[in-house]
Design a protein around this ligand. Structure first.
Ligand SMILES: Nc1ncnc2c1ncn2[C@@H]1O[C@H](COP(=O)(O)OP(=O)(O)OP(=O)(O)O)[C@@H](O)[C@H]1O
Length: 317
């Protein structure tokens, strides 16, 4: 029985890959986007590249992949969190738009499946313009000018870790404001002495994995982190003075979320919040919520596989 199942799955993967090529030839698709973590060996994808004519291949992975043929293939890294197949691809599309790989009017053909399963089991089409609010995606095209995509993804990962694990068994909330930091700092005042003051820039970059624990520790301080677009942490424990700014966010959200929305409305920064009360991680840009990742109801040190879920704002409206 298992052998038959394996054959079926193998056959399905082959057929989906082939069918995607056929569709790409008759539909105006910008790219075929494949969740590469499905495959353990690279050969399947290498052979696939040879069959592509004018369609680009975009590989999506949670790891840094070595791309064999960058002229034909793009790479998008997504955070290490368990997402639905559509959720994973939607994050990839957002990152892709922010990196200039995709544009708001593009149609993307997506192939996905369970990581490391070796089996592609889903084919779907994302029409960026209708899947996301056009305004948001349009704005995202400029995000890479203020925030490096790897910095954005790293902060998102840390935020989700904080939401899921908390600190010393307790839920924790915090705010990260990334990019346009000179302007952001004009609206900030320190609630405590800046704990990053006096350290060389090379010693306070959020991309440095050695800083992870320190950042998680400082996340329990009142106030926000201000981070430069290249990942250098300017400060923590900063109070955002953006009280009078009108923002378009749901009424139930408190001052942490309002101030995060407000600072992104009056600067080019992006903000990521972790809610202490609900564990929800939100991404703000242009004064609006552009992404929402919900923590599972039971609080505790859950592993990524056990329960991080994802939804975009328009999915929960
Ligand atoms: N303007 C601000 N700048 C920086 N941090 C702020 C600001 N306002 C509130 N905070 C932080 O948010 C914390 C929680 O505030 P509040 O409960 O009003 O926010 P909230 O949006 O309901 O967030 P949560 O869901 O985490 O409770 C405050 O203790 C403070 O650390």
């Amino acid at each position: 029985m298992d052998i038959i199942k394996q054959d079926l799955k193998k056959c399905l993967t082959e057929k989906l890959l082939k069918y995607a090529l056929e569709l790409a030839n008759c539909l105006p698709v910008r790219a075929i986007m494949v969740y590469a973590d499905v495959f353990q060996d690279e050969d399947k994808l290498k052979n696939y590249v040879e069959k592509l004519d004018n369609t680009r291949l975009v590989l999506v992975s949670r790891e840094n992949l070595k791309i064999p043929d960058p002229a034909k293939i793009d790479f998008i890294k997504v955070p290490h969190i368990k997402l639905t197949r559509l959720g994973q691809m939607k994050i990839a599309v957002l990152v892709g738009v922010s990196k200039g790989i995709f544009h708001p009017q593009d149609i993307i053909l997506c192939l996905s499946g369970i990581a490391e399963s070796g089996v592609l089991d889903s084919l779907f089409i994302i029409d960026i313009g209708s899947e996301f609010e056009f305004f948001e995606v349009n704005q995202l095209e400029h995000l890479h000018e203020v925030v490096r995509p790897e910095v954005f993804l790293r902060v998102l990962e840390i935020a989700i870790d904080l939401a899921v694990e908390g600190r010393e068994g307790k839920p924790i909330g915090t705010t990260f404001i990334i990019g346009d930091s000179e302007k952001v700092l004009e609206y900030c005042e320190q609630l405590i002495l800046n704990p990053f003051k006096g350290y060389d820039e090379t010693e306070r970059n959020i991309l440095d994995p050695r800083l992870e624990e320190t950042i998680k520790e400082f996340a329990s301080l009142d106030g926000a982190f201000v981070i430069r677009g290249d990942g250098v942490i300017e400060t923590a424990g900063a109070f955002i003075r953006a009280g009078g700014v009108v923002v378009d966010i749901p009424p139930g959200l408190g001052t942490r979320h309002r101030s995060a929305a407000a600072i992104t409305a009056i600067t080019k920064a992006v903000a990521i919040t972790v809610s202490e009360s609900t564990g929800t991680v939100m991404v703000f840009y242009g004064g609006k919520i552009i992404m929402e990742i919900e923590r599972p109801l039971i609080f505790g040190a859950l592993k990524p596989e056990e329960g991080k879920t994802f939804s975009l704002r328009e999915e929960i409206k």
